[in-house]
Design a protein around this ligand. Structure first.
Ligand SMILES: [Zn+2]
Length: 282
């Protein structure tokens, strides 16, 4: 098996896996989506009643959205997660689930209207590095005389439990495409190049060429168009199931490289547990 990294940035990755089965690529896809641990807000405590500001003015702790909706929106804010730094709360050896610095992060949020409350208004109590990765996510708009004061507790969770704990999005793969063009069987100057959705067919010196071939989405539109024009067999499109082009994005809670390495390590752990527990076949 071989791996060729085509692109790896802060929040997205693209690579080619060769010499594997599609089932393996799917296991990696599922691991990225469901098995990675991530911090997200789980408990939100709202201050009720009037809130007095430094200038002596009083604001009412109300917002145009129900508290449940504000809590839900806070839960979806991506928080930076170092998978080696925290343990799941339920099985925390230090506190047994009570909540401690090993398993929870507490955020405070305190804002007075008229204003829009953003994810960047969440202040971690303790390590400033735990501030939300995107400060500009709107949570709720406060009117004149309205205010919000909350304490929110974040803990580790997994994408299989709730989407707020999902690190990777847009995880997918396709077979590496091969597009063969037989220019003798078609009229390149009459060929509608726009028929190809990813626009990878070009007319160069009276010949149809495919560039870049890897961008082909295996839709067979070129085959169909050729057929309509009576140019049967001019295109041959196929995907190789042993060569897989894989791509994924993260929400910023983890960078793409960390997410990929973590997902692979989790797969390795799963398979070694399985082989350890498999009965010996004699
Ligand atoms: Zn704990």
């Amino acid at each position: 098996m071989s791996l060729r990294i085509d692109h790896m940035s802060e929040r997205s990755g693209r690579f080619l896996l060769e010499g594997i089965e599609p089932a393996f690529a799917n296991a990696l896809r599922r691991s990225l989506i469901a098995d990675l641990p991530k911090l997200a807000i789980e408990d939100v405590e709202f201050h009720l009643g009037p809130i007095r500001a430094e200038d002596g003015k009083e604001a009412e702790s109300v917002a145009p959205l129900f508290d449940e909706m504000v809590a839900h929106r806070l839960g979806l804010v991506p928080l930076p997660t170092d998978p080696k730094l925290f343990v799941p709360r339920a099985t925390c050896p230090a506190c047994g689930g009570e909540g401690c610095p090993n398993c929870t992060v507490i955020y405070s949020l305190n804002k007075r209207g008229p204003a829009t409350v953003y994810s960047g208004d969440l202040e971690p109590i303790g390590d400033a590095k735990l501030k939300p990765v995107d400060p500009g996510i709107p949570i709720v708009k406060l009117g004149e005389g309205q205010a919000i004061m909350v304490y929110a507790t974040a803990q580790l969770g997994f994408g299989r439990e709730h989407a707020k704990w999902q690190v990777a999005q847009a995880v997918g793969y396709k077979y590496k495409p091969t597009v063969k063009v037989d220019n003798r069987k078609l009229d390149a100057d009459k060929f509608p190049l726009d028929a190809c959705p990813p626009q990878i067919l070009h007319n160069r010196d009276g010949k149809i060429v495919v560039d870049p071939e890897e961008a082909c989405i295996l839709c067979n539109a070129c085959v169909d168009v050729a057929k309509e024009h009576g140019w049967e067999g001019a295109f041959d499109v196929s995907g190789d199931p042993t060569k897989i082009l894989f791509h994924f994005e993260t929400d910023g809670s983890m960078d793409a490289k960390t997410a990929l390495l973590e997902a692979l390590a989790l797969l390795e752990t799963k398979f070694s547990t399985l082989s350890d527990q498999a009965p010996t076949l004699e």
